[in-house]
Design a protein around this ligand. Structure first.
Ligand code: COA
Length: 334
């Protein structure tokens, strides 16, 4: 049985938060030229949650963090560092993490935002694992939080059907962990040459030149070449998972669960088929939340922990891909 490279780290608690308004496919079909059936067939999404005007990423992040602290039986003062993964920060400065630390009452914990789009939660877990293994930090709160509705053009049917707002988080700690628990393998990669497949331009200078531009006409909103992202997601995620398993000497049949970023059910199903995984080995909840970017992997983790589908000793592989393009894996023994 392979031992964790970054051992002696456990999940102390998880949390999640959603806006109050649930938006169905039928609701979306009233505003753009699409149908509820088309959205469900092409993406697996049935509904998503959308924040009311003025609700910020910080608000959702704090609500999720409070739930995780309660689940962990910890106080905010036990947090050494808070990492917030988001592409919809409240402000560029200060970091959303600093605002979360202050609102939780966790001062003087360290605070940092990371910007890796949909890969953010897993990138955050990987940073936290390495920092805890260094011995300088005992307990780190990793949050993925997004108000994607702030950067969505609700007149663009190619993108507005996909995204939802949410926050999720995990508290990772060395306190009370045994050496066999922790991160067996991790990878963080990017290919910025493909940035124009998924990007957020805020001025004309950001727009790619040439006839292939997918620009939807509205600066400050997400631009996407859906077909290219789809292909990239399937091939890159499959390869990254295979590399993680080979590097750690773990067979796919040993995995209790793969927790992938929830981008599109068809993407997840193709990856599952190619890796010859059983349906119950790949967690899917995109039907209820849509693509919540940095929050999505943490939403899955929280549901798996709450429903006790994961238990101590299980091998779990987290995998994500998103804008950048950036992709990442993280293999854990719980
Ligand atoms: C966006 C996505 C759902 C589109 O599905 P698709 O099967 O690739 O659809 P296509 O882009 O090939 O478009 C097929 C047709 O449907 C149309 N279409 C696009 N969006 C539509 C919608 N919401 N409703 C109805 N028709 C739509 C297109 O205009 C096209 O029509 P045409 O054939 O007349 O030109 C899919 O490409 C996808 O999920 N890509 C990955 C996105 C992603 O994961 N992004 C985040 C990464 S973290």
């Amino acid at each position: 049985m392979p031992l964790p490279r970054l051992g002696g780290i456990r999940i102390a608690g998880t949390g999640m938060a959603l806006p109050s308004r649930q938006v169905s496919n039928a609701d979306i079909a009233q505003t753009v030229d699409t149908t509820a059936e088309w959205i469900e067939q092409r993406t697996g999404i049935k509904s998503r949650f959308i924040s009311p005007a003025g609700q910020t990423t910080r608000e959702l992040a704090v609500a999720a963090a409070r739930q995780a602290l309660a689940n962990a039986g910890m106080t905010p003062s036990e947090l050494d560092l808070v990492i917030v993964a988001t592409m919809t920060p409240d402000m560029a400065c200060p970091s959303t993490a600093a605002l979360v630390v202050a609102e939780l009452g966790a001062v003087p914990a360290g605070a940092l935002d990371i910007s890796v789009a949909c890969s953010g939660f897993v990138y955050g877990m990987n940073h936290a694992a390495a920092l805890i293994a260094s011995g300088f930090y005992k307990t780190i709160l990793v949050i993925g939080a997004e108000t994607m509705s702030r950067i969505t053009n609700f007149e663009d049917r190619r993108t507005c059907i996909l995204f939802g707002d949410a926050a999720s988080c995990v508290i990772l700690t060395s306190k009370g962990a045994v050496p066999g628990q922790g991160c067996l393998h991790q990878s963080m990669n990017s290919d910025g040459r493909a940035w124009q497949e998924l990007y957020l331009p805020t001025c004309d200078a950001h727009l790619p030149a040439g006839p292939n531009s997918t620009f939807n006409g509205k600066l400050g909103t997400l631009q996407m070449n859906g077909q290219e992202v789809f292909k990239f997601a399937v091939t890159t995620t499959q390869k990254a998972i295979e590399e993680a398993l080979a590097a750690s000497g773990v067979n796919v049949s040993e995995l209790a669960m793969i927790v992938p970023h929830q981008s599109n059910f068809r993407i997840l199903d193709l990856i599952r088929t190619r890796l010859e995984l059983k349906p119950e080995q790949v967690y899917v909840n995109i039907d209820r939340y849509g693509n919540t970017s940095a929050a999505s992997v943490g939403l899955c983790l929280h549901e798996l922990m709450e429903t006790k589908r994961l238990k101590q000793g299980d091998l779990v592989l987290f995998a994500a891909i998103g804008g950048g393009m950036a992709w990442t894996t993280s293999l854990w023994r719980l």
